[in-house]
Design a protein. Structure first.
Length: 485
């Protein structure tokens, strides 16, 4: 009976075969199957399994990355960059010299009336042995400042949300480029055989502007793109078998798909076919591994309280706990997007109640994540990153309520984990928080440093596409040795 079934499948046309047999496979796997590679892969990507672990360029200091992306542009002036001078000059017009040659989003608000400086309506205090300034909005993160390395002078080049998120994630504002997680899994593969190497988790009222382009593999083989996990219902859409399809039947289908793709690979030598084979096999293994992964009810009651997680409820806290479980299982890059940080002023977008709400949602889980990683011995092999696509201006916006405009010249990020000097601050802004007073740091420098901690040279991690060798850091980037231990 089994042989008859296999023979029947072989007689189908390729189109009908894919239509009828691609049951129970996630959309990412199916997209990988149908996608065609436009670039030339390196020998490493031509291996039988594109996600098999690959050697780094030099000994790494971490194995995994958890990137906590606060989508919308959190205001550093309300959170970490304490500026007493803004209290002194609150409400006064900003000097023209600060604005010369600068561009901002919503410039019309500046032309109607000269922008005025806005002091943070928050109490700040110094915390930890390092004395880092943290506002009252983040009392739990304040407890772990001695584990963190703050960078207060991060600069980017794009001031609108979608392109700015692309720039932070891909090194350019152009569509079609690989994301950071894709570059990292391309360079190193993954240690998780039954899970994707790059997982995306989302929370907040909507997805991040830019959508799937933020975790795309671009011109890299599709095996390296991020796989979004849902925190409610089916974790990966179309992953479960439909009614009437047994696990054994599905396994047989995958075996036959492998045979057909292997035959095709031998005929045409297309490296993307290895991606197709690996995508199907990973999706098949995920049918068993994913339900166990997302079942956090097996965590201790103390751990659930630490994060503030209620089993069965999706939240940023749940995603932080899931991120820890993912890196425990060898996933290389986990990116958490939490939205609603775009506080221009106006209904639901102000620096009062709206900012307080998102801070409450992330403060305790971030403290819990770093604390939990450390006590399990995982922090020394994991890099944790916090930040958004840009920061906020020291001037207010004239809207219904208090808010600030997008600002690309100086904003704050922090890092923690393996290879990072803890309890330090790199760079200081001027007295108004408008620009760097010392040690400016470009987004490409952050990217180069992340790769360095993983054992990758950002200048050597390249992919030839359309006659040019591309890299995450484009033509810039320097490793921030000042924050490395």
């Amino acid at each position: 009976m089994q042989e008859l079934y296999r023979e029947w499948l072989r007689m189908r046309t390729r189109r009908h075969f894919f239509h009828d047999c691609a049951v129970g496979i996630g959309k990412i796997a199916l997209a990988s199957l149908l996608c065609e590679s436009a670039g030339r892969a390196s020998p490493a990507t031509s291996a039988a399994n594109p996600l098999a672990p690959k050697p780094p360029h030099f000994p790494p200091q971490v194995r995994s990355v958890i990137y906590l992306f606060m989508a919308g542009g959190p205001s550093q002036l309300e959170l970490f960059d304490y500026k007493p001078a803004l209290l002194k000059y609150d409400g006064q017009p900003i000097p023209d010299s600060f604005l010369e040659g600068k561009r901002f989003a919503f410039m019309d608000s500046f032309t109607k009336e000269k922008p005025r400086l806005l002091a943070a309506r928050r109490k700040f205090a110094q915390h930890g042995q390092c004395g880092a300034w943290v506002s009252e909005l983040l009392p739990n993160i304040a407890r772990i400042v001695d584990e963190l390395a703050f960078i207060k002078t991060v600069q980017t080049e794009v001031f609108n949300h979608g392109p700015a998120k692309l720039f932070v994630n891909t090194g350019t504002a152009q569509f079609g480029r690989p994301s950071m997680g894709a570059w990292i899994t391309y360079g190193l593969g993954s240690e998780a055989s039954d899970l994707p190497g790059f997982v995306v988790l989302q929370s907040g009222p909507r997805g991040p502007r830019g959508g799937a382009t933020l975790w795309s593999s671009g011109f890299l083989p599709t095996a390296y793109q991020g796989v979004p996990f849902r925190t409610g219902g089916e974790p990966v859409l179309n992953l479960s078998n439909p009614p009437g399809i047994s696990h054994a039947r599905q396994a047989d289908t995958i075996d036959l798909i492998r045979e057909l793709n292997a035959a095709r690979s031998g005929a045409v030598g297309d490296p993307e076919i290895a991606t197709r084979i690996a995508a199907y096999e990973t999706a098949f293994r995920m049918q068993t591994s994913t339900p166990e992964l997302i079942d956090v009810s097996r965590e201790t009651a103390e751990t659930l309280r630490l994060y503030g997680v209620e089993p069965g409820q999706s939240s940023f806290a749940y995603n932080c706990l899931l991120a820890r479980r993912l890196v425990e299982r060898g996933v290389r890059f986990v990116q958490l997007y939490h939205t609603d940080w775009d506080h221009h002023g106006g209904p639901g977008a102000d620096l009062g109640a709206a900012l307080e709400k998102v801070c409450r949602e992330v403060d305790r889980p971030i403290y819990a994540l770093i604390t939990d990683l450390k006590r399990r011995g995982l922090l020394e092999s994991t890099l944790v990153i916090w930040g958004g696509e840009f920061g906020r201006t020291p001037m207010g916006e004239k809207r219904e309520t208090v808010g600030r405009n997008h600002h690309i010249d100086a904003f704050t990020m922090f890092l923690a984990g393996g290879g990072i000097k803890s309890g330090i601050t790199l760079g200081e802004t001027d007295e108004l928080g408008f620009g760097p007073a010392s040690q400016p740091v470009h987004v490409h420098d952050i990217q180069a440093t992340i790769l360095h901690l993983l054992g990758l040279d950002h200048k050597r991690l390249t992919f030839r596409f359309q006659g040019r060798d591309h890299r995450l850091t484009d033509i810039g980037g320097r490793v921030l040795h000042q924050i490395l231990s």
